[in-house]
Design a protein. Structure first.
Length: 229
């Protein structure tokens, strides 16, 4: 039984990595098909257009949208995100395509990631063990990958294990440095959600891996992230 659970964690991580790597560099990604505004409501329009600077939308994870493993491992949560970001995965994708409940992203006009934020799930292991499984897969999936150390952070008051990393990827516009932060947020002893954050060197104010979630626009998401309990 333990072996099967570990296999599911590894399989989900691999599927996520393929999607993020390809989407992050603007390759093999659908620009409109699959994107949705479902589950989104206005949080703060700042008295202007929905995409005005400082305005946000709220994402609510909705069980009625989900099926398969995502439904079986559902965790309720909400977060705010900048209104000019785009929902690129909403949980309706088949498990074979993505294990994410949601992914939102800010990208350039030619679809190179500036910053993005994805929420997936894990099951059958403690949060610290999930990071142990994920890290070598990251190392094998990203060009010029470097792990930069472990990190523990509080997400909605929940102590969460994680690590920082970076990679450099060649794009049609030239090489781009990508900085990453992964966190496993436990909701019980053996299951929870995975938060994966990316910022490229195109992100304003983000000066390196330590800035992911601390600089740029990702703090809007992290500071608003709420897990009802």
């Amino acid at each position: 039984m333990a072996s099967r659970k570990t296999s599911r964690i590894v399989g989900g991580a691999v599927a996520w990595l393929v999607i993020v790597l390809m989407g992050g560099v603007g390759c093999a990604r659908q620009d409109d098909e699959g994107a949705t505004d479902g589950g989104v409501e206005t949080a703060d329009t700042s008295g202007g257009d929905a995409a005005d600077a400082g305005s946000t939308l709220t994402w609510t994870n909705d069980l009625s949208r989900l099926s398969g493993d995502k439904a079986a491992n559902f965790v309720p949560f909400t977060f705010d995100y900048p209104a000019d970001w785009r929902v690129v995965e909403d949980g309706t994708q088949p498990d074979s395509e993505s294990p994410n409940f949601v992914k939102v992203e800010h990208a350039t006009d030619d679809q190179i990631t500036i910053e993005n934020f994805a929420v997936g799930w894990y099951s059958g292991a403690a949060a610290a063990d999930v990071m142990t499984v994920l890290e070598p897969q990251f190392a094998g999936a990203f060009p010029n990958y470097q792990r930069l150390g472990d990190q523990t952070a509080a997400v909605d008051g929940i102590t969460s294990s994680g690590f920082l990393f970076q990679a450099r990827i060649d794009t049609a516009s030239g090489p781009v440095a990508f900085y990453g932060r992964a966190l496993a947020v436990p909701v019980s002893a053996t299951n929870g959600i995975l938060l994966i954050m990316f910022a490229s060197d195109l992100a304003e104010g983000v000066e390196g891996p330590e800035g992911v979630g601390e600089q740029g626009e990702l703090p809007v998401i992290l500071e608003s992230f709420d897990i009802p309990r």
